[in-house]
Design a protein. Structure first.
Length: 285
């Protein structure tokens, strides 16, 4: 028997060829405990843990229906391009994030589109003096390369704009070498660490300390950029955004009506060209 230091969501751990290998909960797929486990297997194990009651939810937890679902994984641990919940299906990227509208089971997802750029945006608690930008950059670069085993060449930027900290991870298909951990897996481990839900066996989260001063992070958001643009339609717009668009359109129509009435009152008929306004938006539910 052995302990899987990099993943506590496993069972049946044993030593094979000098390495600790375990079975991922929920899928039974064997994982190598010397490196990060794929995000797909981690999500599947988390769903199984939630269903069985083995893991207590934080008191402030709420369900993110797009963020956590029971995924279909390949034997390699990668997400299958098409994911379904009953008769509702959608296409995902290599990070397992939905990139199309939801459809019925006839939906075709021809390929698993690669997430080539992940942006991790954090906000620290209010403080009088700003953090030292160079020290901050060194802390996060060292942490990501050592704790999550990501090659430093994939960390393209660590930007500090008080109170926001932004980390850019870029790794396209051609740049990723065999054996390299995936930036999607790194972002997943990182986000869980920051939120105090560490996947590591010792359960210790990430303590952010810049120049020996603890830094409290209040909010963390992860954005994904794919090699091929996502395919969302107007149906995916939130009711609030639709309301804003309706108000804007009504305002435009009202302005045109006022203009026409004003010109008629002056007794002048001027040929007016109506310009078509188009609004484009891409968003996630």
């Amino acid at each position: 028997a052995c302990v899987c230091e990099k993943n506590k969501r496993v069972t049946n751990c044993r030593v094979e060829d000098g390495k600790c290998r375990c079975d991922a909960i929920g899928s039974g797929i064997t994982v190598d405990c010397t490196t990060l486990t794929s995000k797909c297997l981690l999500m599947k194990a988390e769903v199984m843990g939630s269903k069985s009651g083995r893991r207590e939810k934080p008191k402030d937890a709420f369900e993110d229906t797009d963020g956590l679902y029971d995924p279909e994984c390949e034997n390699s641990g990668a997400f299958k391009a098409k994911q379904c919940n009953g008769t509702t299906c959608w296409c995902v990227n290599t990070a397992g994030v939905r990139r199309t509208d939801k459809h019925d089971s006839d939906l075709k997802c021809n390929q698993l589109v690669r997430t080539m750029w992940i942006i991790i945006e954090m906000k620290h608690a209010e403080r009088n003096a700003p953090l030292n930008a160079e020290s901050l950059k060194k802390f996060f670069t060292d942490t990501i390369t050592s704790r999550y085993q990501l090659d430093g060449r994939y960390i393209t930027s660590v930007l500090y704009e008080k109170p926001f900290i932004t980390i850019d991870l870029k790794q396209n298909s051609s740049a990723k070498s065999f054996g390299d951990v995936d930036i999607a897996d790194v972002a997943y481990y990182f986000e869980k660490d920051v939120k105090g839900q560490s996947i590591f066996h010792n359960n210790a989260g990430l303590n952010v300390s810049i120049d020996n001063e603890p830094v409290k992070l209040e909010k963390t958001v992860v954005y994904y950029v794919d090699e091929i643009a996502p395919e969302f339609s107007m149906k995916s717009l939130t009711p609030g955004l639709i309301a804003v668009i309706v108000v804007v359109v009504i305002a435009i129509v009202a302005a045109i009506v006022v203009l026409v009435l004003t010109r008629r009152r002056k007794g002048k008929y001027v040929k007016a060209e109506v310009i078509n306004f188009s609004l484009w938006c891409m968003c996630r539910e």
